[in-house]
Design a protein around this ligand. Structure first.
Ligand code: GDP
Ligand code: GDP
Length: 437
């Protein structure tokens, strides 16, 4: 299995996004007291005791009437049961069991995926007693939690990670061919891109099964190179019911991403970079995947002298700090630069796989360190003696030094920029570690 996905379901205002923030340890969600406030769906990567998993907060729905509201929430629960590996069902102790909670519990009791029920806002001893009411839902296990203070989250994470038998970082590739995932929001041109490539019928070697049945893997041969494209676009088309649900496209995009070496992120040139695109971008970065950005529908943009350059600059500002990313302006309709995009994705694959010989790495990096030394802390000069690339899938480097804790972000940035300047890591997130020598 490539990646374990946990979906948090529950009524609005029970505290889903508060828990989400705790699990991913980032303060990125906007938590609001008003029920049903518009909010982007959130997804991120959580880590506990060396295990990582995807978390999706299914929460961003805005009701316009009670009926539609209940229907939509039910739909989300059904999809969560189909798509996620585990479901966290959240209730709120301060409201007790509502009709909607009971309706959701009815659906979840029939789930063949594990369901962990979380009673939130259990902030004190009185609420601990009140929470016992929820045993009547007939769901097992039950966790009492205070997402705001974090009490109870450790036990919850122990319980969740006990279900993960394989870590997504240690999954062995079942093939040595480069895998490129085509991701992006509905209507950016994913299917059109695939069709344009499929149009070159002779390039297709075979259809092979994905590791899950949610993604399609197609083996291509172009420019004497073999590679696999992973897409989810076709599947979305087959199941019409889900077409409108952005939740569905997000959860599939994450699966495709987990199975890929390189993500080809399509943007709509007219719409620009949305918050959702940026979340997908940073998730791919955190997962250490190679990234290529395609600004598609470039044919629709009125071109001034510098428009591509300005556009690229504007995107890079938003991608910061990870700006060493290829950006390609494509028109799938006019078949402009789509093969170029594939070529660049394959270059990124090679960049991500490269192993730099230790002697060469030290020659170059020690010189860079010599010409701009790390700072002196508490009267002692930080000294970096030796650099080596670690044997990981995504490039990672260990710098051995006397005071590893004292190497701060600005100097780390300097070292990363030097690495990127001297070697080609275009489109590849790199990690730097500092160790006591
Ligand atoms: P969501 O709509 O389910 O995502 O809920 P939110 O995470 O936006 O939380 C709704 C409200 O409940 C916010 O005002 C939170 O601060 C509050 N809240 C969340 N968790 C707790 C908790 O553990 N205790 C208390 N007292 N309030 C909480
Ligand atoms: P998907 O939902 O990401 O798979 O997007 P589709 O491939 O279905 O494309 C959505 C719409 O955008 C269709 O009407 C396409 O014809 C159109 N489209 C796709 N690529 C381009 C492009 O490069 N230029 C223009 N003008 N339209 C495009």
């Amino acid at each position: 299995m490539a990646g374990f996905t946990v979906a948090i379901v529950g009524r609005p205002n029970v505290g889903k996004s508060t828990l989400f923030n705790r699990l991913i340890e980032q303060r990125k969600a906007i938590v609001d007291d008003i029920s049903g406030v518009t909010r982007d769906r959130q997804y991120g990567l959580a880590e506990w005791n060396g295990k990582t998993f995807n978390v999706i907060d299914t929460g961003g729905f805005v009701p316009n009437s009670e009926d539609v509201f209940e229907k939509e929430i039910r739909k989300q629960v059904v999809i969560a049961m189909q798509e996620a590996n585990l479901i966290l069902f959240m209730c709120d102790v301060t409201t007790g069991i509502t009709d909607l909670d009971a309706a959701m519990a009815d659906l979840l009791r029939r789930s063949d995926k594990p369901v962990i029920t979380v009673i939130n806002k259990v902030d004190n001893a009185q609420r601990q007693l009140d929470a016992n009411e929820f045993y009547s839902l007939g769901l097992d296990p039950l966790h009492f939690l205070s997402s705001i203070s974090g009490s109870g989250t450790g036990e919850l994470l122990d319980d969740v990670t006990a279900h993960i038998t394989e870590d997504l970082n240690t999954v062995k590739p079942e093939t040595e061919l480069p895998k490129i995932a085509i991701i992006g929001q509905p209507n950016v041109g994913k299917s059109s891109l695939l069709n344009a490539l499929v149009g070159e019928e002779r390039n297709i070697v075979s259809d092979i099964a994905g590791t899950t049945r949610d993604t399609i893997h197609t083996h291509y041969k172009l420019y004497q190179k073999d590679f696999i494209l992973i897409d989810t676009a076709g599947i979305r088309r087959k199941t019409k019911v889900h077409e409108d649900l952005e939740f569905y496209s997000v959860i599939r995009a994450i699966k495709a991403m987990d199975e890929a070496d390189v993500c080809m992120l399509l943007l709509d040139a007219e719409k620009g970079l949305t918050a959702q695109d940026l979340s997908i971008f940073s998730l791919a970065t955190r997962k250490g995947k190679g990234i290529v950005v395609l600004v598609n529908k470039w044919d629709l943009i009125e071109k001034a002298t510098n428009s591509a350059r300005d556009y690229e600059e504007m995107l890079k500002k938003r991608f910061a700090p990870f700006t060493d990313v290829p950006i390609i302006f494509t028109s799938v309709i006019e078949k402009q630069r789509i093969f170029k995009a594939i070529e660049i994705a394959l270059d990124v694959y090679d960049n991500r796989r490269q192993k730099i010989p230790t002697s060469k790495l030290n020659d170059i990096m020690l010189k860079a360190i010599e010409s701009y030394k790390p700072p002196v802390v508490r009267g002692t000069q930080i000294k970096i003696k030796y650099v080596t690339q670690l044997p990981t899938y995504t490039p990672a480097f260990a710098f051995f030094c006397n005071l590893p804790e004292d190497v701060k972000q600005p100097y780390k940035n300097y070292l990363e920029n030097q690495l990127r300047g001297k070697f080609n890591f275009s489109g590849v997130p790199v990690r730097l570690f500092f160790r006591k020598k």
